[in-house]
Write a protein that binds this ligand. Structure first.
Ligand SMILES: [Zn+2]
Length: 183
């Protein structure tokens, strides 16, 4: 495991967890190729992901993220999907995903020529699936101050307001108690 790096989970879909690597829409968590590999290691099926060599991997990861966000935003607003974003996500999804193979001990091992790109392919495929599915209507934007993370509202009434009760929901609760006390 790539030491000491842990990304947030729990948005309800792989592609939405991926979007959260741009925390609050401004704080970059995928700072370099090491961070991109660490994300792939945490969210992909591989035991370990080597940091890819070569330039451009980080920019590629950012472009995919920006494109997924733009496709989800336009689909939620029922406006046409921007062509450049569509091309970027379609191309990422066209990369072969991780391939399973059973080893001699009956354990499943996942393989890919490029584990980072294969994991990003899973992210892109997940985004395409979400955008074209009825579940899109369950995508919400967190009401937490400065958060804005997208998540799937799987609550039965469909009125969930925060990405997580542990962070944004708790903060909002504390803020409203404080406001009440100040009155
Ligand atoms: Zn939030």
């Amino acid at each position: 495991m790539i030491e000491g790096v842990r990304f947030r989970e729990g948005a309800g879909r792989l592609c939405l967890d991926y979007l959260r690597t741009l925390r609050c829409g401004t704080v970059e968590e995928l700072l370099d190729a090491t961070a991109v590999a660490a994300w792939a290691e945490q969210f992909g099926p591989f035991d370990a992901v080597a940091v890819p060599r070569g330039e451009g991997r980080t920019e590629e990861a950012w472009r995919l993220r920006e494109s997924i966000r733009s496709l989800i935003d336009s689909a939620r607003q029922v406006t046409p999907c921007p062509a450049p974003a569509r091309r970027t996500v379609n191309a990422a999804a066209a990369v072969p995903p991780p391939v399973p193979a059973l080893d001699a001990d009956a354990r499943l091992r996942w393989r890919a020529d490029d584990p980072v790109l294969a994991t990003l392919s899973l992210v892109a495929r997940d985004a395409l699936d979400l955008i074209s599915s009825p579940l899109l209507a369950r995508v919400r934007q967190c009401a937490g101050t400065g958060c804005g993370a997208l998540f799937i509202d799987s609550s039965r009434p469909g009125v969930r307001r925060w990405c997580s009760m542990n962070t944004c929901g708790n903060r909002a609760k504390k803020e409203s108690i404080k406001a009440r006390q100040a009155r």
